[in-house]
Design a protein around this ligand. Sequence first.
Ligand code: MN
Ligand code: MN
Length: 400
Amino acid sequence: MDILDRRTLIAAAAACGATAAAAAKNSNEPLIGAKGAPIIGPRNVEREQQNPDILRPPSTDHGSIPNLRFSFADAHMKIREGGWSREVTVRELPVATTMAGVNMRLKSGAVRELHWHKPAEWAFMLAGRARITAVDNDGHNFISDVKAGDLWYFPSGIPHSIQGLPEDGCEFLLAFPDGSFSEDSTFAITDLFAHTDRGVLAKNLKLDAKQLDQIPTEELFIFQSDPPPPIDADRIEDSLGGVPQDMAFRLMEQQPTISPGGRVRIADTRNFPISTDVAAAHVEVDPGHMREIHWHPNADEWQFYISGKARMTVFAAEGNARTFDYQAGDVGYVPKSMSHFIENTGGEPLQFLELFRSPRFMDVSLAQWMALTPHELVEAHLKIDRSALEAIRKDKQPVI
Ligand code: MN
Ligand code: MN
């Protein structure tokens, strides 16, 4: 497989340990050298401590790049019997027009009800286990049990369900390749039944109208039910032999691309063919290391931070750059073609997801570009000695 076979994606970061991030810990005041002054007015110290690079921006930051972070901790919590959900859409993060995200929790037996929606659904299981089901437009059916580290993908309009399994259900991230999509605008089976004439339902389903007396009068969304039987007892015979393309993908069971400073696993149409509208990378960066300076030529990047602490600087051309801090539960965003890097600023491994509204993961590496361009030409621009460029080229040989 040619995925990621050309280089590391994560810089081994020889000298990046002692950066401004470390210096920022020394002060909770907007002071840089002789510039600035301590805050003497109202302040939110906890927020400031979470955002050292916003309180004390690197001197290279400049201009008016829009906000590129929103935390699920600041998102409205929709609480139901059996679980909850919260979402980050363009309403919360206006720059994120290509992707919306939902964080959902289902207790054991709890069901995200049978439904469908206009955009496709891409998902990553964060903790626990769930049973997922779908039936496609040709009448193939799909059922699978998914665990932490697994993905699933339901194409646009395909009806599906999610149910928490013992012992403690599950929590997962959903992503939809449309920033204005809301979990509140799904087509739900109970909503359809509540708003269809009973006589028509009975006629369509060849039922006695009395058999419809108990249908809910409004959408359930999430509801508590009993845990399902073992999966083999739960299968419905499908004369067509099931879906032609698997809707689940065991991402964390894949061999990662290993770099000196971390690990990367990619899921896109090259190894998860059904996922035509979302390409994904799961990235782990060890303490002291960084995801190298790069950009994406084909799509905006929507990020979800799983663990650890990070800072990202985004360069937007015309002299503009801005730095944000991230931690578990945060969403980040990078518009297409803007270069960026992500440093692990904490003491534990940093884990995050990069998602793209695209069938393919693609990125361009600054170091690779420099290393593979005639060295005297690069030297003429940057006054970097060409022997150093040759060393970068050697370092950037394929690692797999
Ligand atoms: Mn859905
Ligand atoms: Mn990126």
